[in-house]
Write a protein that binds this ligand. Structure first.
Ligand code: AP5
Length: 222
């Protein structure tokens, strides 16, 4: 529906499955996937000034300062493809100040998906995660091993995916999560993220289907 495309946020603890669910959602709904962590890692890999500063914070499991992140995400959200096709914002906003920055621009989601996964599961997910630099797909050594030897040989690991660093990332997450959830209280759905990934998506898919139906109804009666 071109007249009013979907605007979705997805949040949850480190390794709760945000990126994994975004693969399913973009495939079915064609939204533009905007992941704050991916935008930052792209800056880190080109070695820009912002990238260097960002990496210092990411290595400590801390939030990257707003003056780097806020503009970066805002500019991406305002690009033509995201405005026309709708967006799926992943890992943003992560603090009260980031949420407030969006509110001030009158950028609000139709739905805020919160992936709920018990803490003891998260560390194992992080440590076993691997990424395919060619396709961008997310694997797990135990839960979703690569399909071929060729893929297995090229998998990479994120620099902040160690047990020690994920504990710091979790602390940062707990310091901020309540304030962000409070802002989106009226549009939150809480999804159990501790079941097979296809079943997690089934919950999200039915919420998105209902949302699209209600948007179409509003459009046809207005
Ligand atoms: P970011 O890249 O956003 O990392 P994160 O929030 O820690 O989340 P992850 O990407 O680790 O996990 P995910 O939820 O996407 O899980 P995935 O699907 O991969 O941020 C990194 C850093 O950047 C931050 O620490 C911060 O420094 C900085 N940053 C980012 N955003 C910022 C912001 N807004 N402001 C300031 N700084 C910011 O799944 C994880 C693993 O589990 C995979 O191996 C997967 O295969 C497996 N898995 C997924 N689903 C299932 C399932 N249902 N069952 C079993 N295994 C599963």
């Amino acid at each position: 529906a071109k007249w009013d495309p979907l605007k979705i946020m997805i949040s949850g603890a480190p390794a709760s499955g945000k990126g994994t669910q975004c693969e399913f959602i973009t495939k079915k709904y064609g939204l533009v996937h905007i992941a704050a962590g991916d935008l930052l890692r792209a800056e880190v890999s080109v070695g820009s000034e912002n990238g260097k500063r960002a990496k210092e914070h990411m290595e400590k499991g801390l939030l990257v300062p707003d003056e780097i992140v806020v503009t970066m995400v805002k500019e991406r959200l305002l690009q033509k493809d995201a405005r026309e096709n709708g967006w799926l914002l992943d890992g943003y906003p992560r603090s009260l100040s980031q949420a407030t920055a969006l509110e001030n621009l009158e950028i609000r989601p139709d739905l805020f998906i919160f992936l709920d996964v018990p803490e003891e599961i998260l560390v194992e997910r992080v440590v076993g995660r691997r990424l395919d630099p060619v396709t961008g797909r997310i694997y797990h050594l135990k839960y979703f091993p690569p399909e071929s030897e060729e893929i297995a040989a090229r998998l990479t690991q994120r620099f902040d995916d160690t047990e020690e660093k994920v504990k710091l990332r979790l602390e940062t997450y707990h310091e901020n999560v309540e304030a962000v959830l409070a802002i989106y209280e009226d549009v939150i759905i809480k999804v159990n993220g501790n079941i097979p990934k296809e079943d997690v998506f089934a919950q999200i898919d039915s919420a998105l289907t209902r949302l699209l139906e209600s948007k179409e109804k509003t459009h046809s009666t207005s």
